[in-house]
Structures are given as C-alpha cells and as structure tokens.
Design a protein around this ligand. Structure first.
Ligand code: DC
Length: 239
C-alpha cells in the first residue's frame, strides 16, 4: 500500500524486522522507531512468553516435556492481543506476569516446539499483513517476513547485555531488596543465546540482507536514529 505524503513523495507502508539475541536493545529500539514512524510495534517475544505463561498456569509443562505434541491442546484455544503496550492473553492483561522469572526460565523450551512456532508465525504474519509495523524477535527477517523491506540484526557483547539487564532489574526492584549477580546474569544470557542459536526450528540467525548494528557502545538515540534513517530512505524510494 502507498500513501501520498505531504511532500508529494509516495510513502510505502513497509515492514521492519528487528532480530537479535536477548538484551541486544531490540524492544527499546523497535518501540521508539515505531513511535517516530507512527507504526505499530509488535513484540513477538511477548507472544512466546504468553504461551509459556499459559502452560505454567495449566500445569502442563512436565507433560509437554515428555510428550511435546501435547502442546497442541493448549494452542487450540489461545488468543493473544496487543493493546498498545498491554499484552492480553485470552482477554486478560498479562503484561507484567509474562516477565516473571519462571516464564523467562521456561520460554526457551516452549519456543523450541514446532507447533508453537507454526501457530505464532501465522498470527504474526496476520498482524503484519497491512504493513506499517515494526516487529522484533529472533526469526522475523528469516521466517516470519523474509520479504520485509528493512531487516535489522542487532548484536552486543554479552557483558554489556548483562549490565543492561542488571540496571533494568535494579531499577525495578523494591528498595532494600538483594541486587542480582552480574556474572550470573551474563551466564544466563549466554545460555539463552546458545538455546536460541542451536534449536532445530527457526534458530536465531542473521538474514544475509539484514543490516547488522553492534549496539555495545551505542546510545539508544543512535540506534533509533540509524534504523529510522534506513526506514525513511526505503519509504522514500517507495521500494
Ligand atoms: O525477546 P524475549 O526475551 O522476550 O523473548 C523470549 C523468548 O522467546 C526468547 O528466549 C526466544 C523466544 N523467541 C523466539 O523464539 N522467536 C521470536 N520471534 C521471539 C522470541
């Protein structure tokens, strides 16, 4: 779809796919780029987290570990919606529950299951069908939207990513609570990288056409500016 911009240039409603490992700055960058472009931001990690939360609440994780195909029952009657930054699982607000530690520990397992990936990829393709979206995840440029007009792959070294997680957790913890251990956070991040890169279905990898941006020493503003400029160029070209 194309719109005639007030400058007289036809602007295309593009899809921006942002992939990369945990804590590489994907969601902050994606959210801000979407705001600047007036696009919709879709956090696909939140969708995998929602399925994981549902499995935990139904107490079916042990069963699914033994019989992975049984996840299909849970997927049959699931709805996941976004209302701005609010995530609704089966109509209920789960925005903060999906960030729970138990969910973070189990989400790699749940997201490695093929029926889960098939179902969520289908939902994501439907959400992005009209364009004008910024979608972040692990397989957006490779599987969900391989034809996305702009593909970005964000990376950052593991220590820097652990520092970011540490700062986030400290900012969120109530006063007087124990501080997390930064070495342990780095180990968790590396373990998740391995799980995401080595899984059989849709492993985390850079699409050959994706622009790789190393955010280790970039400010959020610089990251957002780089992605935003690339997007505006492509919109103008009406490609
Ligand atoms: O981005 P996040 O940390 O909220 O993602 C949670 C998990 O979901 C992550 O460990 C990998 C998985 N995931 C995925 O497999 N594919 C996606 N498109 C998005 C997330």
């Amino acid at each position: 779809m194309k719109l005639l911009h007030k400058s007289g240039i036809r602007k295309k409603h593009i899809i921006i796919a942002i992939d990369g490992p945990a804590a590489s700055g994907k969601s902050t960058t994606a959210r801000k780029v979407a705001q600047r472009l007036g696009y919709t931001y879709i956090d696909t990690g939140a969708m995998y987290r929602s399925v994981t939360l549902k499995a935990l609440r139904q107490g079916v994780l042990d069963e699914v570990r033994r019989f992975p195909e049984n996840i299909a029952d849970l997927l049959q009657e699931i709805t996941i919606h976004f209302d701005g930054d609010t995530v609704l699982l089966d109509g209920r607000d789960v925005t903060s529950d999906i960030r729970d530690n138990r969910v973070s520990r189990e989400v790699s397992f749940i997201s490695s299951l093929k029926p889960v990936r098939d179902k969520l990829v289908e939902m994501q393709q439907e959400l992005g069908r009209q364009g004008s979206v910024v979608m972040d995840g692990r397989d957006i440029g490779t599987v969900v939207f391989p034809d996305a007009e702009l593909k970005i792959f964000l990376v950052a070294d593991a220590r820097e990513r652990a520092r970011r997680r540490y700062a986030e957790l400290v900012a969120k913890s109530p006063e007087g609570s124990e501080y997390p251990d930064i070495d342990q956070l780095e180990e968790e991040i590396k373990r998740r990288d391995r799980d995401d890169e080595e899984r059989e279905h849709a492993p985390l990898k850079k699409h050959p056409e994706a622009y790789e941006i190393d955010t280790s020493s970039l400010t959020i503003e610089r990251q957002v500016d780089s992605v935003y400029s690339l997007a505006v160029d492509i919109q103008k070209r009406g490609r």
